[in-house]
Design a protein around this ligand. Structure first.
Ligand code: SOE
Length: 397
């Protein structure tokens, strides 16, 4: 035991078991801790157990993150009677096995994105979720940034009219330096793909979530700029260090750029890269419709820009909406108006909606079926950029 049992409460208990405890595990754990402190949840969250293979490390993580107990085998965690929900925070190569076992054991599941490393795995997960009694949700967490929710409601209310363009970028720079060591995110076996699945998946999901449409076809290019990197001897979160002098291959894409057709007739451009020096976690979305436009940048995540084409031309302009009022989704539960939220809050909002969905029996989105649909887009990107991809050479002048 690493922490005392949860305090008794008259609400039904929801025992949570989390598999994995690194970067995403830390983010999820703070959400499980904070959701009941700031929101009136219908179930009493009990952070029962965390699993990881290294006993000393998982014990240390349990102590800092607030888990009551530890397991060194995820199968033992899935088999426990005090676990009602399994939170999968491991690399993609283990998502399918853990999530399917948990669903078959009658547990609810929250699984980190992308749902799987292949369409076949994602199909098996969605099929298991359809048959299982439990709720299954995929962690496209940015959906629960208040400004993103506002963007979606503006589109749904017709304030943009028909969507003509989606311009979506996810820009990071944490491996722009060729000396940055290898990590599991650069290993195709573990991660499935590189920038495409890690961050491209988010912008595909966000484009679809905000517009209420789907990406129906793509034309893509993938590139790996640095094909060999130092082998890491230690890593934590996104940072790793290397001192051995050994190198190993990068087996995933560093950047993914693709065009997409939206189901409503609009055109989309997507750019996902970890080589955009100076851009740290820049999720940039701009949507142009027949009645207006909106724009968002996660590096200024409490702000949404909206342009209303019905306004008189002389004074029309992008309106900067600061999304920090109690009227905005989720915001009222936090700080007094105007004080703003950060990266971690969306994880807490994700828990709030998940727990609410479990209590009411309504499947909280994004479901595994939604995760499978994004996986199909990622797969189409890889096929489009693959061996048969056609380039039109530039003519000599
Ligand atoms: C690393 O690129 C990463 O942590 C992603 O895996 C997350 O999904 C994203 O939220 C931040 O960047």
């Amino acid at each position: 035991m690493t922490a005392p049992p949860a305090a008794p409460t008259d609400r039904p208990r929801l025992g949570v078991g989390m598999v994995g405890y690194a970067f995403m595990g830390v983010a999820h754990a703070q959400a499980w801790r904070n959701a009941p402190r700031f929101f009136d949840l219908p179930l009493a969250v009990d952070m029962a157990v965390v699993a990881g293979r290294n006993e000393a490390a998982v014990r240390a993580a349990a102590a800092t993150q607030g888990w009551r107990d530890v397991e060194t085998d995820w199968k033992a965690l899935v088999g426990r009677d005090d676990v009602d929900l399994v939170d999968v925070c491991t690399p993609g190569d283990t998502h399918a096995e853990i999530a399917i076992a948990a669903l078959e054991a009658g547990k609810h599941v929250l699984c980190e994105k992308p749902l799987a490393n292949s369409v076949a795995e994602a199909e098996a997960m969605a099929a298991a979720a359809a048959l299982a009694p439990g709720v299954a949700m995929v962690g496209f967490t940015y959906r629960r940034v208040p400004a993103i929710q506002l963007a979606r409601s503006l589109v749904a209310d017709g304030r943009l009219g028909t969507v003509r363009h989606v311009r979506a970028q996810y820009l990071q720079d944490w491996i722009a330096d060729p000396a940055a060591p290898l990590s599991w995110r650069l290993d195709k076996q573990k991660a499935g793909s590189g920038a495409l699945g890690d961050i491209g998946a988010h912008i595909v999901d966000l484009a679809q979530f905000i517009t209420g449409e789907q990406v129906t076809g793509v034309s893509a290019v993938l590139e790996t700029f640095v094909r060999e990197r130092p082998v890491a001897d230690s890593s934590s979160g996104l940072s790793a260090s290397s001192s051995s002098g050994r190198t190993g291959p990068v087996t995933v894409d560093d950047a993914a750029i693709f065009l997409g057709r939206m189901s409503g007739g609009g055109l989309a451009t997507f750019e996902a890269t970890r080589f955009a020096y100076g851009r740290k976690n820049a999720i940039r979305l701009e949507i142009n419709g027949s009645a207006g436009s909106l724009a968002f940048d996660f590096e200024d995540m409490n702000v949404l820009h909206y342009f209303d084409a019905a306004e008189p031309a002389a004074t029309a302009g992008f309106r900067r909406i600061v999304v920090t009022e109690p009227e905005h989704p989720f915001v009222g539960a936090w700080w007094p108006a105007g004080h703003g939220l950060g990266y971690e809050h969306a994880f807490t909002h994700q828990v709030v909606d998940l727990v609410g969905g479990i209590a009411t029996g309504a499947a909280p989105t994004p479901t595994f079926a939604d995760g499978l649909q994004v996986q199909r887009v990622l797969d189409a990107v890889e096929r489009s950029a693959g061996a048969d991809s056609v380039w039109t050479p530039t003519k000599e002048m």
